[in-house]
Design a protein around this ligand. Sequence first.
Ligand code: MG
Length: 345
Amino acid sequence: MIIRKEDGAGGKYMVEFLRKHVISKFNSKVGEISLVDMDDSTDFHPDYILTTDSYVVDPPVFPGGSIGSLAICGTSNDLSVLGAKPSFLSLSLILQDGFPVDTLEKILHDMEFWLKEVGANIITGDTKVVESNIGIAVNTSGVGVRNGYLDRNLEVVREYRDYPYRWVRDSGLSEGDAIIISGGIAEHGAAIMASREGMEFEMNVESDAYPVWLFLGRALETGGITAMKDPTRGGIAATLNEMAEKSKVGILVEEEKIPLREDVKSFCDVLGLDPLIMANEGKVVMGVVQERAEEVLKTLRKAGQKDAEVVGYATSEFQEVVIETLIGTKKILPSPMADPIPRVC
Ligand code: MG
């Protein structure tokens, strides 16, 4: 047996592979969250969570960002969606012998920029140079810290129901929760494809790489958020399915409510790509207590997420993710087996 591309492509195949070969060997639990939960981060102390992520995107510099912006935004986003403030990061660089220093400088500059925006620091790191044909690979781990916004959010949620978690979990949905998407989908996947097809100048698509903490703080302070996830590989289809499955609810989504920029939509149409399964790097899918949904939506829009939208709700009537299409028919939206675009992040 050998490793296949799909074993690390963010879909059902990857989950199967990880359960069988990796997670079964390291099933330790230190805090409330364990490895087997496969949430975006894990707590190891009442006030701290840890995550790690590797980036192998090809090309390493693309419209709207670089592997550097992905590393900082992606890792800090996996902390932010549990309600933690991204604070301390590690940085490992694996560089190919012959990699241009000016490209590396551009990548490091992007890291520096986003670290400053988020208010996080790189405090430890490592560098290796190899002869294999990888260009650049980056690994960043991150520590997120409990904060007043998170505690306020949990307090508000508990005004409406029992919420057994100390962090915002991807399994926290209950029947009736509104589902909000924070902005236009598929932009990162589209930017990578445009770049590979040499279409980045005619198609005005840019990666959405962005640290979601910059708008989540205020949304948490408004309060009522019961579940969150950042829809990266596998797009919102993978994310909605994961949240529904872990929360043991179904989700009904209206297709026409899903934020999708017109130019991204036409680009996907041209290449025959499905925006529902394409990667995002600066968006959040969240569940919100019904009574708080309008307030949270308003806060998100005020915080710059103008296209944020309530796209549906969690239900106990079925267990799947069901999408009501533009023409009014309902169909099951399955989780993708793998992301359609290899090396997208
Ligand atoms: Mg994530």
